[in-house]
Design a protein around this ligand. Structure first.
Ligand code: EPZ
Length: 454
């Protein structure tokens, strides 16, 4: 029986001793976890890193560019490390210039050398299909992993790649694609503006013969960043950021130096944290134009936000009010931010509701939040928050990347000590999150730090 199995059934955070010394003697406590002592106001500066969900497609796009590329602002997170490992195993030659910059070329890449087991560890590995088809005319990858939101179909990816001339089969847990006669341009309308399918379409079409037009395309900033990167390498892609993207295929791309855009979800997560605890946060390296749908509910909830060319500040000193959120593809309110608002709605005056319209199953964190005293009712594609809850520290786990960020925020807002397990999920997408939070006054440390220094 797992420890979490034992805890099931306890609600409202009435297990404070489990985050204390007795708990640490349990061998399970030796797995990496975070100790958060909540209830502090946070104040200070945080520098935002490069956007993970732009860096992933850009890294796979390197397979289309045989010349040397220098990438800056690569976020040092595990999903990026795994992707670099996949590329290097497949023959890419890479030099690390700093923790966030690399020089890399894929001249000698070999599609048969791709480590298939690693490809099952992240969702972004589906981009191998478009990139390898574009470069080698064939591709094999494991069924992509990533956060578990129920079934994550790839039918839109397949429709797009098939329209460009690829044959795709699923065999023994592998996706195998080939285009022996090469890829050709096509016109295709996606059923849903899928980020992943749009990325795969762009990757496959960049070096195809002729022109491809993708309509009802995803408009997320990561799509724009991918197109900007490929255009910097000589590609001819227009319309990224709108619903219609046009790609005129070209035979060869050249090397470049490229800086990845700042991560709007990392920025939004720290803004939520400080809006929840109260205090004042200044963010450096942000793109305010990407953040509109995140700033608007924060303002409604009582935060004062000022945006300048260089930075963005958020301050909340008064009441935290509830609100209603509804996720939607960009430029709507991002699904990747709804979990981080959940602890705020729990403690807000008036509570509120979150409608999840992108993923079928993205409220797994709700059980964990209820353990801490959250009063949440799930009903189909929405969750109701009664508000006015007093969150209390206890032992909880990160259910997925953003669900983990939500529990981190809950711990910061809670009274007492929270032990947060399965932080590997958070490490997939948030560089140096413990250090960044500590720098603004949070009491957050790993279990190892706790047994050593304290
Ligand atoms: C990307 O996932 C992000 N991941 C996700 O962020 C994000 O939640 C999602 O876009 C939506 O914004 C990466 O960029 C690596 P989709 P992706 O294809 O591309 C359905 C995070 O926290 N769909 O836009 O997989 C699908 O089931 C991660 O950083 C199909 O039906 O998302 C879902 O309901 C989690 N068929 C919706 O579309 C398909 O072929 C959106 O999926 C593809 C998708």
């Amino acid at each position: 029986m797992t420890v979490f199995g034992i805890l099931t059934g306890y609600k409202n955070g009435h297990l404070p001793s489990l985050a204390g010394a007795d708990w640490e003697r349990n061998s399970f406590a030796m797995t990496p976890h975070l100790i958060i002592r909540g209830g502090r106001k946070l104040s200070g500066d945080i520098r935002i890193g490069g956007m993970k969900n732009a860096a992933l497609p850009i890294l796979f796009a390197l397979l289309l560019v045989q010349d040397e590329v220098t990438l800056e602002e690569l976020p040092p997170v595990t999903d990026i490390e795994t992707t670099l490992q996949i590329l290097c195993n497949a023959g890419a030659e890479m030099e690390r210039l700093s923790p966030t910059a690399i020089r890399i070329h894929t001249k000698n890449a070999d599609p048969d050398a791709v480590p298939l087991r690693l490809t099952t560890e992240l969702r972004g590995s589906s981009y191998l299909l478009g990139a390898e088809l574009g470069r080698f005319g064939r591709a094999v990858t494991g069924i992509p992993g990533g956060c578990n939101f129920g079934i994550r179909p790839l039918d839109q990816h397949f429709r797009l790649l098939r329209a460009l001339g690829a044959a795709i089969e699923e065999e023994n847990g592998l996706l195998c694609a080939s285009a022996p006669k090469g890829l050709h341009g096509a016109q295709i309308r996606l059923d849903f503006p899928s980020v992943g399918a749009t990325v795969n379409g762009i990757l496959a079409a960049t070096r195809a013969t002729g022109t491809t037009v993708i309509s009802n395309a995803a408009r997320e900033p990561h799509i724009v960043d991918l197109a900007n990167f490929l255009n910097a390498c000589g590609a001819e892609i227009s319309g990224a950021g709108t619903s219609t993207i046009r790609i005129c295929g070209i035979p060869r791309l050249h090397g470049t130096r490229y800086r990845i855009a700042p991560d709007m979800i990392e920025a939004g997560t720290y803004l939520c944290a400080v809006c929840g605890t109260g205090g004042k946060l200044r963010l450096e390296n942000v793109c305010p134009e990407h953040l509109g749908a995140i700033l608007s509910p924060l303002r409604k909830m009582g935060a004062e936000i000022n945006v300048s060319d260089q930075d963005l500040t958020l301050e909340r000193t008064g009441t935290l009010y509830g609100t209603v959120l509804e996720t939607a593809p960009y430029p709507g309110f991002p699904t990747d931010m709804q979990p981080q608002f959940a602890p705020l709605l729990c403690i807000s005056r008036g509570g509120g509701r979150i409608y999840e319209r992108v993923w079928k199953n993205r409220f797994q964190y709700a059980d964990e939040l209820c353990r801490m005293g959250g009063n949440i009712r799930l009903a189909g594609d929405f969750a109701d928050f009664s508000g006015g809850d007093r969150l209390t520290g206890t032992t909880v786990r990160a259910t997925d990347l953003r669900g983990g960020a939500a529990m981190l925020i809950a711990g910061l807002c809670a009274k007492g000590t929270t032990a947060l397990y399965d932080i590997r999920h958070i490490e997939r997408g948030y560089p140096d999150f413990a250090a960044k939070l500590t720098a603004i006054g949070a009491d957050v440390c790993t279990a190892a730090e706790k047994s050593g220094a304290r």
